[in-house]
Design a protein around this ligand. Sequence first.
Ligand code: ADP
Ligand code: MG
Length: 613
Amino acid sequence: MRKKLIKIIIAFILFLIAMIFKAENEWINISLYVISYIIVGFEIIRKALRNITRGKVFDENFLMTVATIGAFGIGEYPEAVAVMLFYQVGELFQSYAVDKSRKSISSLMDIRPDFANVEGKVEKVDPDDVEIGDIIIIKPGEKVPLDGVILEGKSSLDTKALTGESLPKDVTEGEEILSGCINLNGVLRVEVTKEYGQSTVSKILDLVENASSKKSKSENFITKFARYYTPIVVIIALFLALVPPLVIDGAIFSDWIYRALSFLVVSCPCALVISIPLSFFGGIGGASKMGILIKGSNYLEAISKAEIVVFDKTGTLTEGNFEVQKIMPVNITEEELLKTVAYAENYSNHPISLSVKNAYSRKINEVDIQSTQELSGMGIVAKIWDRDIIVGNEKLMKEKEIEFLKTDDVGTVLYVAIDNKYVGYILIADKIKDDAKKAIEELKKNNVKETVMLTGDKKSVGEDVAQKLGLDKVYTELLPDGKVKKVEKLLKEKSENGKLVFVGDGINDAPVLALADIGVAMGGLGSDAAIEAADVVIMTDEPSKIVNTIKLSKKTMRIVKENIVFAIFVKVLILMLSAIGLSTMWEAVFADVGVSVIAIINALRVLRVKNNK
Ligand code: ADP
Ligand code: MG
């Protein structure tokens, strides 16, 4: 970029010398123009030639080259140089803008760790070479290179680059930590749980790097548009240059060639070609600053048309931090009941299981667990201490034909059976997330017609949550395939242009995430299924980020439309003026560069988002 700037400045000085101090000798003057033309124009001409050999004849480089060489041909030297000069100023401005958007995305790229300190090795190791089970040491100020569990140490982690959350997160022994965070104060001894390629940090980097390859409809439109538009413009210009002088009496060739050349200059579709992808790029960058990863421009575009937003309950609208409220054993002790459930839940990563394990808080002897099987949306069937253990909801009890006592307690109930005998239940309750209610209200204000909640939890709990949040519809006691059917039905109900957004946490709702027009995974950090199946990943746990995403998407689309209308309007105007000879090449250049610059500035607005809510 600096090189380009220097070229432009030198060429501009030569150009001014030639313009102001019209040299006595005309040849000196012309040489000055030619030299400055070559300085700024060489690269464009080379690109034009190279693209011709690649079969891409009609691009903006070609238009500029023909127009300027033509202008030299008819003796309009200053115009020829000016066109190239201003065109290059526009290009410079564009690379500045692209650079700026890229930086905001690549602040995310800063999460890439450079090394890991493996215990017992003196030298630093490439994170790629660390294996599962290795012990690594993370010192204050270093990046967490791989996902793992803390064996020793306490510290705070800066997760800002990952989640947009500016408050540090305290971590201690036994907790999981994710790669990409920065260790702020304590030394941590960590056992690695995932290879680098499978770790959070590489998943996120992959996702960000691929985002720009998924094009929005508007971008595809522009590519197609340019493919037809430019050849048409060239033909019209040829026509303008040749036909009127032959048909009209007294018309002068060089006049009409001049008009045709200005026509070519204005017709350059740069403003559109540049500013539209840039707006999307900016939108994706702005979102990443808020901890929202969008996997492609197409999703950013689509979510502006959100009409139905469907939520999963547990972990999405509620915290998923269940607390054990009540333990009601039948014929066994409380202690035994809790222990049985904790053992059965040992290998599950459902929010329910985490809460039970927290409540039990003693060491689990894994050799006692012979087998466990998780039945999504129902519970767990296991063989432990040579006994058949069943833990789950009413549905599961009915399916296994266990005689049990149904309770009316409000909350999620885990019924338990040992060797097909009912032994009591554990009542757990979840909390609605702080910002959930506000998020639902805001969705309504942003033209979302319907908000729906799907849950596998029982009717009383689901309806209670839905009513507290003001959701339009709620469907309860759904198994994962029931959720799929409901979403299929909702997809049919929406209008043709409206989009259905599904928001889940990725735990047993990955199929729906993939089925929805736009799948949004929340609290995506740590859940691989979510990061993979979703189109948008919200790294924090806040439902209000959906509203932020929709607002950002609408803003991006508004800017894109403004740019299209503005650019086409100015272009058509100048095109007509230059065709009838009312506009000179000077105005044509200014119009072209001016429109591009304004469109770029407009596009950059989308990057400026407030960092928090
Ligand atoms: P949601 O749709 O609200 O996210 P899920 O589909 O994950 O809920 O689970 C639905 C219901 O299935 C739970 O409310 C619970 O009764 C039962 N369930 C699911 N997983 C488990 C588990 N690991 N242990 C016990 N019960 C479970
Ligand atoms: Mg769930």
